[in-house]
Design a protein around this ligand. Structure first.
Ligand code: ATP
Ligand code: MG
Length: 604
């Protein structure tokens, strides 16, 4: 029986336990069992040797057998326990991990250890019983050896216990950690449980979005493509329209030029007085009083002008040969007047006069400033230009005289000290001022000098309406003589007239001498009005002799002249009555038919 407790048997048992976590403890127990068995064998041998005590030995043998039997029972029990332990270990590993299994195995090992400890104690007690009477005093050395062996077994047992305690602590720690991990795992699982449905929703939404995005991208691509195609078509259409518009504009411009030429030809044939209207910019005095809303003066195109009378809430439209808005330049006015003025060199009589209320811009239009000269200078410059162009075929000479009609007297502005002058109507119906200074001019510089001199001598005064109001009618007369080499001589004349302004003496606030000037100015202007009226009505008698002004203008307002009247006007509502009167007068003048202009040619 004892042979079952050999080290080999113990080793086999240990192999069976295999992977058990408490293997070292079991091995140690097994070794200790083997040592005990060896000790028992040795004791049995000793008992046999002690022949005299054979009976006692037999008894001891029986006792040992009994012990052996009990030991075997214990061993069998241990085997069962190990089997159960392995089974539970396997299931523990499968279900809740190694920690739990190892703790259970540890508990069982502890139990078994206790049982073995108990058993060892019992064996020791029995041995002591057996050996006590036999060896008392017989072999003290052997007893000591046994004691030492027991003491060693006890130390081993102690060490085993310490190991078990350490292992217990490690297991407790592992359990704690395991519990922490389990708690965390539970938390995570709970969170996962909560997040799961949301995640699924999000995944579904994301999938939907991906689908939508794909669709939107495709649609955007298609729209972009369609847009690019539309744009291409639109650009092409715009280009074609631009071309058409350009062609139409060119046609329109050509048509307008043709219309103007035809219109001028008709006017030439009928001898109509051409009428331009020029509206000056609003001045600082007028601006604050101008009512908001309807503009006093408006322009529909370059021939139609509307005048709004705020008092009667009425706008009246007028048509003229050309209208100039407040932004128009001196050059643009000259451009329209140029063909008429330059026909002087072809032997025509031309008359350009500026008409309008005081302060409306007559002097600005005719004289202008040195930096921004008016028609007088521009016309003469053009005459010089044409002279230079024609110098190979023509000999052209140009002279200038400047007069003013002040309080019904004619004054020579190029020679203010000259004796009194008068207007004479010649036999042939032409007019002239005998004794008037006439200066030959060759350059624009010469002309500027003359105009400067005349301006110095001209009668002006400051009124409430115009700081530099002309108190006389100024007349620049340019005579041209063009002799075609080997041909005729053409004598032309152009009167450039800056009339004194018609004046409401209440408004201009004049008294005394200025009042007399105003009355004379108004008288001569009304004489001009009468002449125009008579010409419109084609009366057999025209009252030229009623004023010096109408006498001077006789050959420009009668028969063989080309005449242009430039009506100057204020854009302000405060002057609407005067502007209305000027435009009505200009409309009447426009109906005057002077008959076809004649060329003054002298055969050489
Ligand atoms: N087209 C214009 N652009 C700028 N300023 C202008 C224009 N017309 C007139 N003016 C200014 O308005 C003021 C009055 O003009 P201007 O002296 O020519 O009037 P007028 O008709 O000659 O008056 P009067 O009959 O009293 O002599 C001047 O200061 C002039 O410079
Ligand atoms: Mg003036």
């Amino acid at each position: 029986m004892l042979k079952d407790l050999t080290p080999q048997h113990a080793e086999k048992s240990a192999k069976e336990v295999g992977c058990l976590a408490q293997q070292p403890a079991v091995d140690s127990l097994r070794a200790r069992g083997a040592a005990l068995a060896a000790e028992a064998a040795r004791l049995s041998e000793a008992a046999e040797q002690a022949a005299p005590q054979a009976k006692i030995a037999e008894k001891a043998e029986r006792t040992l057998r009994k012990l052996q039997q009990k030991f075997e029972e214990l061993e069998a029990k241990r085997g069962r326990l190990e089997g159960e332990l392995r089974g539970e270990q396997a299931s523990a590993e499968a279900s809740s991990g190694a920690t739990q299994g190892s703790s259970r195995a540890e508990a069982e090992a502890r139990q078994r250890n206790q049982a073995l400890t108990q058993r060892v104690k019992e064996l020791e007690a029995q041995l002591a019983k057996i050996q006590g009477p036999q060896h008392a005093g017989a072999d003290a050395a052997k007893n000591r050896q046994q004691d030492e062996a027991i003491a060693a077994a006890e130390r081993e047992h102690l060490a085993l216990q310490q190991q078990l305690e350490e292992r217990g602590r490690a297991v407790a720690k592992a359990r704690e950690a395991d519990a922490g991990i389990a708690a965390q795992l539970a938390k995570l699982q709970a969170a996962n449980g909560r997040l799961g449905p949301r995640l699924r929703l999000l995944q579904a939404a994301s999938a939907k979005l991906r689908d939508g995005q794909g669709q939107a991208t495709a649609e955007a691509r298609a729209a972009k493509q369609a847009f690019a195609e539309d744009m291409g078509r639109a650009i092409e259409a715009a280009r074609r329209l631009g071309e058409e518009a350009g062609a139409m504009q060119a046609n329109y411009s050509a048509a307008m030029d043709d219309r103007k030429k035809l219109h001028n030809q008709i006017l030439d044939l009928k001898g109509n007085i051409r009428v331009f209207v020029r509206v000056r910019p609003m001045n600082a005095k007028e601006k604050p009083t101008e009512p908001t809303g309807e503009a006093t003066v408006s322009f529909r195109d370059d021939t139609n002008i509307g005048l709004f009378d705020a008092q009667h809430s009425r706008r009246k439209w007028f048509e003229f040969d050309q209208v100039f808005d407040p932004n128009s330049s001196q050059a643009s006015v000259f451009e329209e007047a140029k063909p008429l003025a330059t026909s002087t060199l072809d032997g025509y009589n031309v008359c350009i006069f500026a008409y309008g209320q005081t302060g409306s811009g007559k002097t600005h239009t005719m004289t202008g400033t040195e930096k921004d000269p008016g028609l007088n200078t521009n016309v003469l410059r053009e005459l010089f230009h044409i002279r230079d162009e024609r110098k190979n075929e023509y000999d052209i000479s140009i002279s200038i005289a400047i007069t003013e009609i002040y309080n019904e007297t004619v004054r020579d502005l190029l020679c203010p000290t000259a004796k009194k002058l008068d207007v004479k109507i010649n036999q042939d119906g032409s007019t002239g001022v005998p004794g008037l200074t006439e200066l030959k001019v060759d350059t624009v510089g010469d002309v500027m000098k003359c105009i400067k001199e005349a301006s110095k001598n001209r009668a002006t005064t400051s009124t409430d309406m115009n700081e530099q109001s002309s108190r006389s009618h100024s007349i620049v007369t340019v005579r041209t003589q063009s002799t075609l080499r080997g041909g005729d001589t053409y004598i032309g004349k152009v009167h450039l007239i800056d009339l004194a302004g018609s004046e409401n003496t209440n408004k201009s606030g004049v008294t005394g001498q200025s009042m007399k000037e105003a009355q004379n100015i108004n008288k001569s202007l009304s004489a001009l009005g009468d002449v125009i009226q008579s010409l419109v009505a084609k009366n057999p008698h025209t009252p030229y002799r009623n004023s010096k002004l109408t006498m001077m203008l006789k050959d420009s307002l009668g028969g063989d002249s080309k005449t242009l009247m430039i009506v100057c006007a204020s854009p302000a509502q405060t002057n609407v009555t005067e502007t209305s009167s000027s435009l009505n007068f200009a409309s009447r003048a426009r109906n005057v038919e002077l008959g076809k202009a004649k060329r003054n040619a002298v055969a050489n």
